[in-house]
Design a protein around this ligand. Structure first.
Ligand code: NAP
Length: 331
């Protein structure tokens, strides 16, 4: 093979090789770090936030799916739990299950976050003031009924998403911060979504609301870190639940139980996320997050979301038509 004899050409080739090497090494190092976070390292122990020491965890949207699992697992890790949700009967059932399973103290508070009623938050604030809160899980969330163009989306759906997913998280955080600041200790988990990582056409308000949570978590995380409070935006791909409308788990779509176990085991580790105060702790989610950050462009991924949501919308519309035809026949 001919060597490069022109010294200028040689210098250019060497410079390109060095840049290439630095690029590949940086990517490789970030991939290895993601693997270590996901499969080897342990997160900050929950004891730091008062587990086993009389502290309370407050969980919103705690009667179903991911929120219910947070409540169960935090109680099993020796937190007393305050469950905040919409339906009293479901709250009472879940509270009884958790008390029996964990032996911890459980309180419930009924409110509809979509109403955004300041009196609800004031009453909840009074209750929270009487408890030693170590952890807040801002889990409650709502979504578009199915993929819908923004121009056609009902104003009520848009308002609900902003009230529940965005304003709910901020109001809840305001309720726990005074005592966390006083103690200089606390953990705030904000449930995020890949829809906030990559803009998702046809779920535009949900997607933007989750992007808000991501940016807001980074901003307040930075403000609060020197005060001993850890804010973590938990980036989530699909999980089996009523909201996802997915019933069967797969390698990429876990049940809520293993998903929440991974969150609680990896507190403080990015696990594939590359923005501050963010974690993607479920192993396959973390790997997908790494790929999205490092392979192809954001435009590629937005276009991918576009085609996925268009096809879901087509199927949802066909299902609606079939249901309408069946209802017409029976009438
Ligand atoms: N599942 C996924 O694939 C996925 C993916 C990414 C992110 N996430 C996020 O994870 C969080 C939990 O989702 P999930 O799938 O577990 O949801 P879910 O199974 O639908 O459960 C939602 C919970 O929130 C409560 N809730 C809903 N609307 C409420 C309201 N207006 N006021 C008070 N409580 C209300 C429900 O109570 P009722 O039973 O009384 O309705 C229920 O306890 C959400 O923030 C979601 O955006 C989920």
């Amino acid at each position: 093979m001919d060597s490069i004899s022109d010294p200028k050409l040689f210098a250019v080739a060497a410079a390109f090789s060095l840049v290439g090497l630095a690029f590949v090494s940086t990517k490789l190092a970030s991939f290895v770090k993601a693997l270590l976070d996901l499969y080897v390292f342990s997160g900050i122990p929950l004891k730091k936030f008062g587990a086993g020491n009389g502290a309370w965890a407050v969980i919103t949207g705690a009667t179903d799916g991911i929120g219910k699992e947070f409540a169960r697992q935090l109680a099993n890790k020796k937190f007393n739990v305050l469950l905040v949700s919409r339906t009293l009967s479901k709250l009472e059932t879940v509270a009884a299950e958790i008390t029996t399973e964990s032996g911890m103290e459980v309180k419930v508070f009924t409110m509809d976050f979509a109403k955004g009623d300041p009196q609800d938050f004031a009453r909840l604030g009074d209750l929270i003031q009487t408890l030693n809160v170590g952890v807040l899980v801002n889990n409650v969330g709502t979504n578009h009924d199915f993929p819908t163009p923004f121009a056609e989306e009902a104003d009520q759906v848009i308002d609900n998403i902003i009230q529940v997913n965005v304003k709910g998280a901020m109001s809840m955080t305001k309720l726990v911060l005074p005592q966390m600041l006083e103690k200089k200790n606390g953990l705030i988990l904000n449930l995020g979504s890949f829809a906030g990582l990559v803009a998702t056409p046809y779920l535009s308000v949900y997607s933007a609301g989750k992007a808000f949570l991501s940016t807001w978590s980074q901003a307040i995380g930075t403000e609060l870190r020197p005060q001993g409070i850890l804010v973590e935006h938990v980036n989530t791909y699909f999980v089996v639940s009523a909201m996802s409308k997915i019933r069967k788990p797969t390698a990429l779509i876990p049940l809520a139980k293993p998903y929440v176990a991974s969150v609680l085991a990896k507190i403080g580790l990015p696990c594939g996320a590359d923005v501050p105060f963010t974690s993607t702790p479920y192993p396959t989610h973390g790997l997908v997050n790494w790929v999205i950050n490092n392979v192809f462009s954001k435009t590629f991924w937005v276009n991918k979301n576009d085609s996925i949501q268009r096809s879901i919308r087509k199927r949802a519309l066909r299902k609606r038509e079939r249901e309408a035809a069946a209802a017409h026949k029976t009438n």
